[in-house]
Ligand binder design. Structure first.
Ligand code: AMP
Length: 568
């Protein structure tokens, strides 16, 4: 392994980073630093977050900036406010006691007047989000013509977030002589396009295999039913006693809901998403970074680029729509050479997505079982026993109280004391997990539950009547599509479908019954009012004869009597 000195960095800067605990360069630093220090080459570096990429571009940049020149010489673009702040702090740590540089972060959600004031004092390096930089360019506060270095950090993320036009505008205002250093965790077509349009014969640097993710992450998945995702999450958290983790959800609403459920269930959790004010987000991040908060529930966008050390687990409540997001999510753990675990909670239908992700990140996932209630309890009991053994007894004050404790317990045997102590710590877990079902589902099924005629009803589902059937030109697939599109629910929460002539029955997970009924009941489909009823009392369709009549009747009546008439 090379030393930092051998990469060409000055003694001063090496001493500064040693104080930060940087003993050896990381692979991306070994590759990038000597090339970037030359200061005359465009570079595209494929590097995951957490691999030390900020120092890989930051250290050479700091060496190359002329401290006696107060003009803006370097621009670093990053996708989020959090990342801008992080880069600025890192740069300040690198430069402290090396050379006095004026580094100014600019991002939305903070006072633009204050940012303008700081820029006017002579910002040698500006670290910006594209949106806020555009604002400042329009106000003619910044002139990019004399910029010598442009760093695009997490370029793929910036493009994912819709900053393509802003980046185009910004880069087109810089001089042809500048160098562009582009860092990206993935290399989709759009990133290549930026490279080919704005970069001059860039040198490509890759660490490890192309597209290969962080090797220190163990990727796991667990297969459950849709309705059991939250229960599975709780088991994972209960089983991993020292978890310090980020849980990703796909939407802000889900994020808030999962966080609220966890809090209500007594976990040390909070939400991070775009509907919170910047102040609220800062507060949550601060307490997560200080480890006062144990579980952060976040959306992809909100948690982008966050660098919190020692995250043990990343849990995916759902897989993201974009495979690249998976890389960004799981990159929150296993940072700076540490190891970490990424667990995807999936349904059987998502197994194929896991296979796709495996291909892209070139790493195999390990199928794990959701711990059973008994396993969770056993793990926690053993933990208590372990803590009991390890508890420090050096505190002399305790001796003072012991005689009365012995006296209080004198009629109990040792076994009874142990039993009672365990129960005291433990009863609520035992209560919760008593009779807890196995949440695991087999991943292998080429026929759906619906085809096999499995019923949700025994497992807490409802059977619904709908006055649409074959006579409306529907088959089971079309009806399923209609229900799911209209009610915006996943296909997996629908059970068996019984398609009849003028009406049908379908089964649905109980939690979704009302939302499906509210979304569909009263809509008009091909000129007919749609009606939904809960009909749990009978499975046989023969006793729905009334339904059939009513169904036809509706057709004739044209839906008279329904309060609302909405178009499908
Ligand atoms: P980054 O990929 O730049 O977000 O860095 C991830 C983490 O690794 C940060 O907390 C850095 O402070 C840390 N780090 C970067 N380079 C090194 C190094 N050479 N040795 C130890 N830690 C490092």
């Amino acid at each position: 392994m090379q030393s930092f000195e051998a990469l060409g960095l000055s003694g001063q800067i090496v001493a500064a980073i040693r104080k930060l605990g940087f003993e050896q360069p990381t692979p991306v630093q070994s590759k990038a630093i000597p090339v970037l220090l030359e200061g005359n080459q465009d570079v595209v570096a494929l590097a995951q977050t957490g691999t030390g990429k900020t120092a890989a571009f930051g250290l050479p940049l700091i060496e190359l900036i002329d401290e006696s020149d107060r003009t803006t010489q370097a621009l670093v673009l990053a996708p989020t406010r959090e990342l801008c702040m992080q880069i600025t702090t890192d740069f300040e740590n690198f430069t402290r006691a090396v050379k006095p540089l004026n580094i100014v972060p600019v991002y939305g959600g903070a006072s633009i007047a204050e940012q303008i004031r700081r820029i006017k004092k002579g910002a040698q390096i500006i670290v910006a989000t594209p949106g806020r930089l555009m604002d400042l360019l329009e106000r003619r506060v910044i002139n990019l013509e004399r910029i010598e270095f442009v760093v695009l950090d997490e370029a793929d993320e910036m493009l994912n977030m819709g900053f393509k036009d802003d980046i185009d505008t910004i880069l087109s205002q810089t001089s042809d002589e500048k160098n562009v250093w582009l860092f990206s965790a993935t290399m989709p077509r759009e990133v290549r396009q930026i490279a080919s349009t704005y970069m001059n014969n860039p040198m490509e640097l890759t660490v490890g295999e192309k597209n290969q993710g962080n090797q220190n992450i163990e990727h796991q998945y667990m297969v459950v039913d849709e309705k059991d995702r939250y229960a599975a999450l709780k088991r994972i958290v209960d089983y991993n006693l020292d978890i310090f983790g980020v849980i990703f959800c796909r939407t802000k609403v889900d994020t808030q809901r999962v966080a609220e459920h966890l809090m209500k269930d007594g976990y040390n959790a909070d939400a991070l998403h775009g509907d919170l004010t910047q102040q609220q987000r800062d507060k949550v991040m601060k307490s997560f970074k200080s480890k006062a908060l144990q579980i952060l529930v976040a959306t992809d966008v909100a948690a982008r680029g966050i660098d919190v050390s020692n995250i043990t687990h990343v849990i995916h409540m759902n897989l993201p729509d974009e495979i690249e997001f998976y890389t960004h999510r799981s990159g929150r753990t296993a940072r700076a050479g540490k190891t970490g675990i990424s667990i995807a909670i999936i349904t059987r239908k998502e197994v194929s997505k896991i296979r796709q992700i495996e291909k892209v990140i070139q790493t195999k996932f390990i199928k794990k079982e959701v711990p059973t209630g008994a396993e969770v309890c056993e793990k926690r009991v053993l933990n208590i026993v372990h803590r009991l053994r390890e508890v420090p007894l050096a505190n002399r004050e305790i001796d003072h109280f012991l005689p009365s404790v012995y006296d209080e317990l004198k009629d109990l045997s040792k076994e009874e004391v142990i039993k009672r102590f365990t129960a005291l710590e433990f009863n609520h877990f035992l209560d919760y997990y008593r009779d807890a079902p196995d949440l695991n589902r087999s991943e292998k099924s080429d026929r759906s539950d619906r085809d096999r005629g499995e019923s949700y009803r025994g497992a807490g589902g409802d059977r619904l009547f709908i006055n649409l059937g074959k006579m409306d030109g529907l088959d089971a697939g079309k009806l399923l599509g209609l229900i799911c599109d209209r009610a915006k629910v996943s296909r997996e929460i629908i059970g068996r479908i019984d398609l009849k002539g003028a009406y049908s029955f379908f089964e649905v997970e109980k939690d979704f019954t009302n939302s499906i009924r509210d979304a569909i009941h009263g809509f008009e489909y091909k000129g007919r009012m749609v009606r939904i009823e809960i009909t749990n009392e009978g499975q046989g369709d023969s006793n729905r004869g009334g339904g059939r009549d009513r169904g036809r009747g509706d057709r004739k009546r044209g839906g008279g009597g329904w309060e609302k008439k909405k178009r499908w």
